[in-house]
Design a protein. Structure first.
Ligand SMILES: [Zn+2]
Length: 325
């Protein structure tokens, strides 16, 4: 797909200017940017039945790590900062295997691709699907609006937290689907639960790593404050939904609760090898001290979720029901 041609159309139809756009031709990661563009334009196309048509994807000319979803005059736009993509390429794709984390164990997991490549792909997917969920939340809205992935300006609102938790949940379901597909297609010979477990550990570890690498991850825990839920709460929400979906698809007799607990423990252990300081110990400590309040907070939003037909997960479930019939 021609990036320049497609962004030209977007400029004509939306409020985005050419100075907002990152043109990747002749840059060091040109081919990777092109690949991402092609793949996710197709993803948007596949999800167009959520009422998010016409959709556009572009890279924002900004080196900070962020992304945004915008609805403008019935055009649905996802913008990924060039800084986000470059960070993910340089952290996961290029350098991760050189880091001290022992990936040998995980490398056995992925057939035809290396562990760092899987982590790279999952982080990208997570970002894209999270933004996609924000577009889906706005498919029936008449308002123009932009939502940022990292937002330190917008004040707290219940609505905002609800939409963020929903976008994370939607993204977790998409990731779980992706991981299951990966397993089904690549593990023809050796579809053992042990292999599957390794893949799930790698995926869970990625979710933890990615959210903890956002700015604000070291903040004291808070509940009904700021534009986004606290990273610790986000991780609990994401992992919970991700593993729940896996269990639903494989059955608790195969992917047991004991296995689930083991996966989470191993994923944290891998992360404590990545982070130099005692970030993971602090994280686990906060988690255990605030377990009841986190649970209460998530239950509060779960109640709001159930009755809200504008949310992405509600629409996901509706679509799943239709597909079953
Ligand atoms: Zn968001």
């Amino acid at each position: 797909m021609d990036y320049i041609e497609k962004t030209k159309i977007m400029i004509e139809l939306t409020s985005i200017n050419s100075s907002d756009i990152y043109y990747f031709d002749s840059t060091p990661y040109e081919s990777e940017f092109q690949k991402i563009f092609d793949f996710y334009c197709e993803t948007l196309e596949i999800h167009s039945d959520y009422g998010i048509n016409p959709s556009h994807l572009f890279f924002i000319n900004n080196i900070s790590r962020n992304a945004r979803a915008t609805k403008y005059n019935d055009q649905f736009i996802i913008g990924l900062n060039s800084g986000t993509i470059i960070y993910l390429i340089e952290t996961f794709k290029n350098q991760f295997s050189k880091n001290k984390i022992n990936l040998i164990q995980l490398n056995q997991v992925i057939i035809g691709t290396e562990a760092n490549n899987l982590l790279y792909q999952l982080s990208l997917h997570f970002t894209l699907y999270h933004e996609l969920a924000h577009l889906i939340q706005r498919s029936n809205s008449i308002h123009n609006e932009t939502i940022l992935l990292n937002d330190s300006v917008t004040n707290f609102s219940e609505r905002k937290h609800l939409e963020e938790l929903d976008a994370d949940c939607f993204s977790s379901l998409c990731l779980a689907t992706h991981v299951i597909q990966l397993f089904e297609t690549n593990y023809k010979e050796n579809k053992s639960i042990l292999e599957f477990k390794k893949l799930i550990i790698a995926s869970t570890a990625t979710c933890i790593y990615y959210i903890l690498s956002f700015s604000g991850a070291d903040k004291e825990i808070y509940f009904h404050e700021n534009s986004h839920p606290h990273p610790i709460i986000r991780i609990s929400n994401i992992i919970g939904h991700f593993l729940e979906y896996i269990q639903q698809n494989y059955g608790k007799h195969i992917f047991t609760d004991i296995l689930r607990k083991e996966v989470v423990e191993k994923a944290f252990e891998l992360n404590s090898q990545i982070f130099d300081d005692n970030k993971i110990d602090k994280f686990k400590d906060t988690l255990s001290k605030n377990y009841i309040d986190i649970k209460k907070y998530l239950e509060f939003y779960k109640k709001l979720e159930e009755n809200d037909k504008s949310l992405a997960v509600y629409k996901w479930n509706e679509k799943a029901k239709l597909n079953k019939n």
